[in-house]
Each structure stands twice: as C-alpha cells, then as structure tokens.
Design a protein around this ligand. Structure first.
Ligand code: DAT
Ligand code: MG
Length: 151
C-alpha cells in the first residue's frame, strides 16, 4: 500500500515572518516525514496553475500576485492521515476562524495573509505534488523513530 503524502507550502508571508522552522517542527514532531523540500519564487503563471480551481473568483488576481511575490517553501510530507491531519494543523482558511494551536490560528489575522497552504484531499495532493516536484525530488528513506510512532 502506498504511503500517504500531502503538499504543504509556506507562503511568502510565512517565509518573511520567520515561521519556517516553527512550521516544519510541528509536522516533524507530530511524527510525519519530510520527503521533499525546496524554496523558490513561483511565477504568477505557476501560481495560477496551483490555484486553478479558484480562477474567476474575485480574489484570484490578488492571490496569485501574492503567491508569486516572494519565496515560497514547498514541501511534501508523508505519513498516516497526513492530508486530513495536515489541514487540521493548518486551521481554517480564515485565520480569525482558526482554532488557537493551529498554524493560521496562532500566526495569522487576514485570509489573504494566512501563512500556509495544504492539500485538501488525496487527489489534490497528487496533483499539487506533481505540479511542484518531479518524482526524483521525493526521497525514499526509513526513519528509525517510526517504531515509536507507529505500532
Ligand atoms: P485553503 O487555503 O484553506 O485551502 P481555499 O482553497 O478556499 O482555502 O482558498 C485558497 C486561498 O485563497 C486561501 O488560502 C486564501 C485565498 N482566499 C480564499 N478565500 C478568500 C476570500 N474570500 N478572500 C480573499 N482571499 C481568499
Ligand atoms: Mg484550498
């Protein structure tokens, strides 16, 4: 059976605010495994591909301008339940509706500066991982701590 993976990206606001280490630490301490990571400034066209499902919405221009405005930290995380639980760790789309203890709840205020992206389903995860990474970018390795995380 295939390992479950999700695509997580720290948006330009999260990078500029120095939240990279905190966010990576949350996923790492949960027990998830980092299998790919890179930092890049996406083009506006690429940002539009990433957010293609929102094309035509009033916030689409602002959203794709913002995502392409500076460095983004793109990652693939692996582990049981990582798509759904990753979204729980991220919190609701609007930071003021995100629970305290979530990434958006702890660090954000406005929806257009909500720090982080996470795939919303296994299907979107596959699509987004394929858009941001090549198969060779995904590193396959064992973690000895997994016997203390999984039974
Ligand atoms: P999420 O990022 O939680 O998956 P989404 O897919 O509905 O949320 O929207 C993608 C991004 O678009 C979201 O992180 C911030 C922006 N966005 C969503 N709804 C918005 C709105 N009503 N006004 C401004 N920006 C919005
Ligand atoms: Mg979404």
């Amino acid at each position: 059976e295939e390992a479950e993976r999700t695509f997580i990206a720290i948006k330009p606001d999260g990078v500029q605010r120095g939240l990279i280490a905190d966010i990576i630490a949350r996923f790492e301490r949960k027990g998830y495994k980092l299998v790919a990571v890179k930092i890049l400034v996406p083009t506006k066209e690429f940002a539009g591909k990433h957010y293609a499902e929102h094309e035509g919405r009033p916030f689409f221009e602002g959203l794709t301008d913002f995502l392409s405005s500076g460095p983004v930290l793109a990652m693939v995380w692996e582990g049981q339940g990582v798509v759904t639980y990753g979204r729980k760790m991220i919190g609701a789309t609007k930071p003021l509706e995100s629970a305290p203890g979530t990434i958006r709840g702890d660090f954000g205020i406005q929806v257009g500066r909500n720090i982080i992206h996470g795939s919303d389903s296994p299907d979107s995860a596959k699509k987004e991982i394929g858009l941001w990474f090549t198969p060779e970018d995904l590193v396959s390795y064992g973690l000895d701590i997994h016997k203390w995380v999984y039974e």
